[in-house]
Design a protein around this ligand. Structure first.
Ligand code: ADP
Ligand code: MG
Length: 749
């Protein structure tokens, strides 16, 4: 074999024709083919000055010492694109996998979150098509699949930036876009498709003459997620339309090694490139991770306190369902924490979703999200904190969520709220090499928020509905979790949880129980009831449960992120043959009737019939349960009104007093011609909510994460706590007055 010309000579020949360049690159690649399994970083960490070629006694790679993209056999166009985007040095996964991928091998790439996996597949895609002289008439040459729309958009942006000097056409095909017909007109002429599974399948099914028989490179980003049960049907259908002879690249921070999964992809001697396998930790080194016990009914207090203590941070908050996200977002927004709040979930319109995503990239704010944002997203300006309010479903889920911070070279912090019953998760995380520090929350510093929520809910029926749904979907999310060692719905303090959301009474959760032999005995069991058939509930096959989520009935969004999170346009409902069967199953087993009046219980007779509604009503009137409950609510609201009017008076007085003091101080200041110290200003500075927050920042951030940082500020806090509605430090007194007045008037009306 002829030795290829050196890289210098390629660079030197500025006017090298495309054909000549390709010829050179190919001979270079052929000559430098790394030995199979010669992953320099997996074998051992490479010494900074390791000689080119030698990895250890047995393995050899021409690229072993290469650290820069320029040292690889890449086209000038790709190199220019990389340089323009300020990518010069390769990350570890890029160093290890690019030489293998460039010579056409299938890759199973695993590297920590934020370590540069995207370029590890974008570059080989561009190069393969370039060397094949792919043109418009050749059609689809590469398909890159992402589990979520936002991630697909992000990958598309990277592709556009690094590939900007190439002449390929590329399209972003994601669900939720209205212009599917325009897409259909153009998709056949596209060379590279970046898509979510559902939308790709839609094109495969509906676009006339859609052809990917010439496909060269097939990429799955977040491969384990796409190979997961949620995308199984869609992915199988997609794969069935792809040519077998192709290059396949799979990347994820939590890679699948399941032979079964991989068999579906017909990989050919794939290279398993795992650069951090030897690493002491499974998460980025610059990520500081903490966990603490937060009882269910204190979660919102803790979250609110956390936000108030970090008003200058960019915070990503994970909750388990869309309804949770919506409720917390709407409620906290009304309480005005002093930092912009945003929410992201699978039920939002796509335009809004993209808008929120880009805003969060740019702005210091708090983003409440479902797991829709847990994978792959690289928020432009670094996220400071990842707060997991609800426990992730498994270790992989945890790794991806915290992986939204501490990306590339930046640092980050995370905190996981665990219920006392979820402590097993901590062990599981530690077993999987996650260095998580368990800290004790200082509850003395907690800013209770449920009083304010009760007031808000009393005012807004919509918010009350949201709270109701949040309550139910949360319990359901726990109930359907697969890992029963961690999640046990029976251990949850439901009454307290309900009150903490500001709900006037605890909604009943009913699970329909069906007994064998056609003998339907009884219908509804509340969670609190002793004869709750836990075993029957637990044996529900998860596969069916999650697949039932494809139904767009508005109640199962907590599953969406797992299943087909972003393909909400109904396409996925057609893709599987499972859906109809599971729909039935869902109705029978999972239906939770949230509309039935409180305290009612449907009884079935031996034939499985229910008594007539009138008879049921008659039975109920006897107990007058509903009336009693209604009275209780009335009493509670009356007490609240009383409390708030009292509070209003106190606030007015205090405000007057403060203003007086302020005037006095200013007068004295002017007299002395001297500046007063910061401390006194803090006392009077509550009108500027941002400013007030900032002042607390240092103090409070320490508060929650130093186990023993005891308060020297308790009196202040107690005063805050006493204001049953809105916290004094969250909004100004004038605003409090206004809000309280509004609240009172709405209650009287
Ligand atoms: P992963 O997919 O492994 O989670 P990404 O591909 O999203 O990571 O990359 C994480 C961040 O690192 C991105 O902001 C990306 O621009 C940056 N990055 C990736 N590779 C390089 C590189 N070689 N040089 C500089 N920055 C890089
Ligand atoms: Mg990624």
């Amino acid at each position: 074999m002829k030795r290829p010309k050196s890289r210098q000579s390629i660079r030197g020949q500025k006017r090298l024709s495309e054909l000549q360049e390709i010829e050179l690159l190919e001979s270079w690649i052929e000559f430098g083919k790394p030995q199979s399994g010669s992953n320099p970083l997996a074998v051992r960490p490479l010494a900074p000055d390791a000689p080119i070629g030698r990895i250890d006694g047995n393995t050899f790679s021409l690229y072993a010492g290469c650290k820069k993209f320029d040292q690889l056999p890449l086209s000038q166009k790709t190199k220019d694109g990389l340089r323009d985007a300020k990518y010069t040095k390769m990350t570890e996964i890029q160093r290890a996998s690019l030489p293998q991928a460039l010579c056409g091998r299938d890759i199973l790439g695993a590297a920590k979150t934020g370590s540069g996996k995207t370029l590890a597949f974008i570059v080989p895609v561009l190069e393969k098509l370039y060397r094949a002289r792919w043109g418009p008439e050749d059609g689809v040459g590469s398909i890159i699949i992402s589990p979520t729309r936002e991630l697909a958009s992000q990958l598309f942006e990277v592709l556009k930036s690094v590939g900007k000097h190439h002449a390929f056409s590329a399209a972003l095909l994601i669900g939720g876009r209205k212009d599917v017909d325009t897409e259909k007109e153009h998709v056949n002429g596209m060379n590279i498709l970046v898509c979510t599974p559902g939308r790709l399948l839609q094109h495969m099914d509906e676009t006339p003459n859609f052809d990917c028989s010439q496909l060269q490179v097939f990429v799955l980003d977040e491969a384990d997620r796409i190979l997961d049960v949620g995308f199984k049907k869609a992915l199988n259908a997609i794969i069935s339309q792809l040519p077998k002879l192709r290059q396949t690249l799979l990347f994820s921070a939590t890679q699948t090694k399941s032979v079964q999964d991989l068999a579906r992809l017909s990989l050919k001697d794939p290279e398993y490139v795992s650069v951090h396998e030897e690493s002491v930790t499974a998460t980025p080194n610059r990520l500081h991770q903490t966990a603490m016990i937060v009882p269910l009914d204190q979660k919102l207090d803790m979250l609110w306190s956390f936000i108030k203590a970090h008003l200058n941070s960019k915070i990503l908050v994970f909750l388990s369902s869309c309804k949770q996200v919506k409720f917390v977002f709407e409620a906290f927004k009304k309480l005005r924490p002093g930092i912009p709040l945003k929410c992201l979930h699978g039920r939002m319109k796509q335009d809004r979703r993209m808008g929120i995503y880009s805003q969060f990239c740019e702005q210091r704010s708090v983003l409440f999200s479902t797991d829709v944002a847990s994978r792959g997203l690289d928020f432009n300006k670094a996220v400071d904190w990842v707060v997991q309010v609800d426990c992730p479903e498994d270790v992989a889920g945890y790794i991806h969520r915290v992986g939204r911070t501490a990306r590339y070279l930046s640092g980050g912090k995370s905190v996981l709220f665990l219920l006392p019953s979820e402590m097993k998760m901590l062990e599981k995380l530690q077993e999987k090499k996650i260095p998580i520090q368990f800290i004790k929350a200082n509850t003395k510093r907690l800013l209770p928020v449920s009083g304010s929520l009760t007031a808000l809910l009393a005012k807004s029926e919509d918010l009350q509905k949201l709270a109701h749904r949040a309550f139910i979907t949360y319990l359901r999310s726990i109930y359907i979790q697969q890992d029963k060692e961690v999640f046990d719905v029976m251990k949850l303090p439901v009454e307290e949880f309900s009150a903490s959301l500001g709900l006037p009474m605890t909604p009943r959760i009913r699970f329909l129980k069906q007994k064998n032999k056609g003998k339907k005995v009884l219908g509804d069991l509340s969670l609190q009831e002793e004869n709750f058939d836990k075993e029957n509930l637990l044996e529900l096959p998860r596969k069916n449960l999650v697949t039932s989520n494809l139904e767009d009935d508005g109640g199962d969004e907590l599953l969406l992120s797992k299943e087909a999170p972003l393909e909400g346009q109904g396409k996925e409902t057609n893709i599987g043959d499972v859906a109809p069967a599971t729909r039935v199953l869902k109705k029978k087993r999972l239906k939770i009737n949230v509309h039935r009046p409180m305290g009612t219980k449907v009884l079935f007779d031996d034939e499985g019939n229910t008594p007539s509604p009138l008879a049921t009503l008659a039975n109920n009137i006897e107990g007058s349960d509903d009336l009693i409950k209604h009275d209780k609510v009335y009493e509670r609201y009356a007490a609240l009104r009383e409390e708030m009017s009292q509070q209003l008076k106190e606030d007015k007085l205090r405000d007057r007093q403060r203003r007086k003091e302020k005037r006095m101080k200013e007068k004295m200041k002017r007299k002395r011609g001297q500046k007063e110290g910061d401390e006194e200003e803090e006392d009077v500075g509550s009108s500027d909510e941002e400013g007030a927050g900032r002042k607390q920042l240092g103090k409070r951030s320490k508060i929650y994460f130093d186990g023993d940082s005891d308060s020297d500020d308790d009196t202040e806090r107690k005063r805050d706590n006493k204001t049953a509605g809105i916290k004094a430090d969250s909004i100004s007194l004038a605003e409090q007055e206004e809000l309280a007045l509004k609240l009172l008037s709405s209650m009287h009306s």
